[in-house]
Design a protein around this ligand. Structure first.
Ligand SMILES: [Fe+2]
Ligand SMILES: [Fe+2]
Length: 316
């Protein structure tokens, strides 16, 4: 039998499971929760204490797991008896799973389904409560040294920031959903660049000229290229991926564009901010304070001013 990992955070629900869940021991997989049972809160706490983050299901149950996630999300979001905290936890689990699927196989329909589910969930839950963004950005699960896990955390954080900031400045929900979706994919070019260029995702490239960065400078284009013949990748999504490192004054890359439509500017700004916090591990407060010093000109003043106000009230 083949086993596939699932995040524990996606199993926290009062819905009975539709599949067996296993825990991995050094020599074998042990049945942990039976199909039809619910996973109890204290058992989850126990696993957390032991720093176990993943459980396993059999490969043949993948479809059942996907259906469970859909059901879980739609039921949880509309149930008034479910606390906001629980809703947030479900959305975090669903978003992390999506980021993981996207980085495992960006071109697959499975990853797209997961990303769509996460984007819809994020828009729903964030529009209901202001505290959600902070809970997502401060979650402890993202403190990984593994580079792929860090870039996945960056995808989830950027996606959440885009939705919340989009809402803050009055973008409509279809725009928020596009932003959420594109953000989950924005750095998949990471998978196509050289190992040296992969290091630059986690380094302050500050004063370096783009010509010193090897194919890092191509990652937005390479990412979009991976998706361009996929039905789910609309021209708007591809453009958001291609322009996520652009600025409004020609200092971005790869095209050195001179202006960006607002939706793309919001995306580029959220990508920029969260890169510094999640990928470069800089303090959120100092990044926020720095925005009006170093980024003036790179983004429109009005957008920057609103972003700073938004971050001060919703993130700090
Ligand atoms: Fe990027
Ligand atoms: Fe990024």
């Amino acid at each position: 039998m083949n086993y596939v990992p699932v995040r524990i955070s996606t199993l926290k629900s009062h819905l009975p499971l539709k599949f067996n869940v296993y825990v991995k021991l050094p020599s074998k997989y042990l049945l942990y929760v039976k199909n039809g049972d619910e996973i109890e809160k204290d058992r989850i706490q126990n696993l957390k204490k032991k720093k176990v983050r993943k459980l396993f299901i059999t490969e043949s149950d993948e479809q059942n797991y996907q259906e469970f996630l859909d059901e879980c999300l739609s039921q949880t979001m509309t149930d008034e008896n479910v606390s906001m905290e629980e809703k947030t936890q479900v959305v975090i689990g669903v978003s992390e799973t999506a980021a993981q699927d996207v980085y495992e196989d960006p071109q697959s329909a499975k990853a797209y389904k997961a990303a769509k589910r996460a984007s819809d969930g994020l828009v729903k839950v964030m529009n209901q409560n202001d505290g959600v963004l902070k809970a997502i950005l401060k979650r402890t699960e993202q403190e990984s040294e593994d580079l792929i896990e860090r870039i996945q955390a960056h995808a989830v954080n950027t996606s959440s920031l885009c939705v919340a900031f989009g809402e803050f400045i009055g973008l409509d929900s279809s725009s928020q959903e596009r932003l959420a979706l594109a953000s989950l994919y924005h750095d998949i070019g990471f998978l196509k660049v050289s190992p040296e260029a992969q290091e630059f995702f986690f380094q302050d490239i500050g004063q370096k000229h783009i010509s010193e960065l090897g194919d890092y400078g191509e990652h937005p284009f390479l990412g979009a290229q991976m998706l361009q013949d996929k039905e789910f990748a609309t021209p708007e999504i591809l453009d958001l991926i291609k322009t996520h490192e652009e600025r409004v004054n020609g200092t971005g890359f790869p095209k050195k564009l001179q202006k960006l439509p607002l939706e793309q500017e919001v995306h580029a700004l959220c990508c920029y901010y969260d890169r510094r916090v999640t990928c470069l591990k800089q303090q959120d407060e100092s990044v926020i304070n720095d925005l009006m010093i170093n980024e003036i000109g790179n983004f429109n003043l009005e957008t920057l001013t609103k972003f700073k106000k938004f971050l001060k009230t919703n993130v700090l």
